[in-house]
Design a protein around this ligand. Structure first.
Ligand code: AMP
Length: 452
């Protein structure tokens, strides 16, 4: 096993590590150390608890020379004030025997106080993006001396809508700098940011620790579209004793809300939802209601569910296969903990088969397939995103999010002609208003009445 003695640490760092009673560097610490020291751009995929903070701090502090210069050389951006405080605290622990000036700044505190602190001079600045930008604009802080930029929890940062703040900050930084980035999950947004601003980054991914796959019963269904997935999910959820605590992963915030509304119609008072557009209070309440058993169903997006302490989940339902296979492992790892067998269910459309295959390749395991029960209605209704592109353009001015496809181009055999359009009520409404009623929009009829 690798010990901290094997890393080329300086004596002051080694002493600090010894005082913290740390013996073995974690995998991300071992792997990141030489990469960060090499000066190359780096992307680390690692969750909280893997030791990622020391993974970037150790090599950075190892090579940071004493200096009296006023402006900082290392900038660490994190999404929340709590994280600023935590990272400053970790730096202070490691730098116990090093002369180092570190400052933490975040929003919600008087800006002048931070201006005064920054004016004293610093080596390492830990900041939330908004406050950092305010300070940089005020000219007390010059960012042209930054040599190393660390962005921690990038996925959370982008999910909270900090993308433009980050880009504004990049504009103020020198072109020649080292970028070091950490994210618990890989998302399309994170990937786009890396592609645009990083130069051939070295990627370090840490295998998901925790639940062994043998503890999780995995099954998968081939399902044609969103609304059939909804029908199937509701059908499964009817079995309350089997589906006693269910975490449903939605592909994005919009679908999370959509799924929530549709389950709420079927199972009022049994479901809650969390994603980053919900307030902190709402999220905390949802998690509490789920953990204490008041609600048996929780809908969540990947980013927000990360790091949540959720207890005794009976089933993880993946409404879609994840775009990045690692994220599927994060998801299903939420069940099957503490010696108990957990269950994971995956829904995948035709288009999503490839993503499902990548997941199976990563696990080296083919997920057993189950047939959709006959009683579950196969819906023909498509969501906005599922509709063919031309139809979407034609109806750009329509407010409806729903679509019922017209006749197929080819003639069907007589026995196949009968299609289930999903409920006579909706068809009646469609005929009456010439466009489908927005399902889940309870005010639709009210609004129409008022207009008359
Ligand atoms: P992080 O993933 O950076 O949030 O760190 C999680 C926790 O692990 C922190 O409380 C660290 O102090 C601790 N930690 C960091 N490195 C090690 C290590 N090599 N051995 C044991 N604990 C560690």
């Amino acid at each position: 096993m690798v010990s901290f003695q094997d890393l080329d640490l300086s004596n002051p760092l080694r002493n600090a590590i010894e005082e913290l009673e740390l013996v073995n560097p974690t995998p991300i610490q071992q792997q990141a150390f030489p990469v960060v020291r090499s000066g190359k751009d780096m992307v680390g995929i690692a969750q909280t608890g893997t030791g990622k903070t020391f993974a970037y701090l150790l090599p950075i502090l190892r090579d940071l020379k004493f200096s009296k210069q006023q402006h900082p050389r290392v900038l660490i951006l994190v999404p929340t004030r709590e994280l600023v405080v935590q990272v400053v605290d970790e730096i202070e622990k490691l730098a116990k025997y090093i002369t180092l000036r570190v400052i933490g700044v975040y929003g919600g505190v008087n800006l002048n106080r931070h201006k005064e602190a920054v004016a004293q001079g610093s080596d390492v600045l830990v900041a939330t993006p908004g406050r950092l930008y305010d300070l940089a604009l005020s000219n007390v802080l010059k960012l042209k001396s930054i040599q190393k930029l660390v962005i921690d929890e990038v996925d959370v940062m982008l999910d909270l809508g900090f993308r433009f703040q980050l880009l504004n900050i990049f504009d103020l930084l020198p072109q020649r700098r080292q970028n070091i980035m950490f994210s618990a999950t890989m998302t399309a947004d994170v990937e786009a940011l890396i592609d645009d601003y990083f130069i051939a980054p070295k990627k370090i991914a840490i295998a998901v620790s925790g639940t062994p796959l043998e503890n999780i019963d995995q099954t998968a269904y081939n399902v044609p579209n969103f609304y059939t997935k909804m029908n199937l999910l509701n059908d499964l959820l009817f079995d309350k004793s089997e589906f006693s605590k269910v975490l449903v992963f939605a592909p994005n915030k919009r679908n999370a809300d959509r799924i929530f509304n549709l389950i709420e119609e079927e199972f009022p008072g049994q479901v809650c939802v969390i994603h980053s557009n919900k307030t902190q209070n709402y999220r905390l309440r949802s998690i509490e209601e789920f953990n204490n058993g008041n609600h048996r169903i929780l809908i969540a997006t990947d980013v927000i569910a990360r790091g949540l302490d959720l207890h005794e989940i009976s089933h993880v339902v993946n409404f879609n296969p994840t775009q990045y296979p690692e994220n599927y492992m994060h998801r299903i790892g939420r069940t099957g903990r503490a010696e108990k067998k957990g269950k994971s269910i995956l829904f995948a459309t035709e288009k999503e088969q490839e993503a499902k295959k990548s997941i199976e390749e990563l696990m080296n395991f083919e997920i057993p397939m189950v047939d959709i029960p006959e009683r579950v209605e196969i819906s023909k209704q498509l969501t906005e995103e599922e509709r063919p592109k031309e139809d979407r353009q034609q109806s750009a001015n329509r407010t409806s999010q729903e679509y019922v496809p017209g006749e197929a181009f080819h003639e069907k055999k007589a026995k196949n002609k009968k299609v289930n359009l999903g409920g006579s009520y909706r068809r009646e409404i469609t005929k009456k208003y010439k466009k489908p009623k927005t399902r889940g929009d309870k005010n639709f009829n009210k609004r129409n009445k008022k207009r008359k």
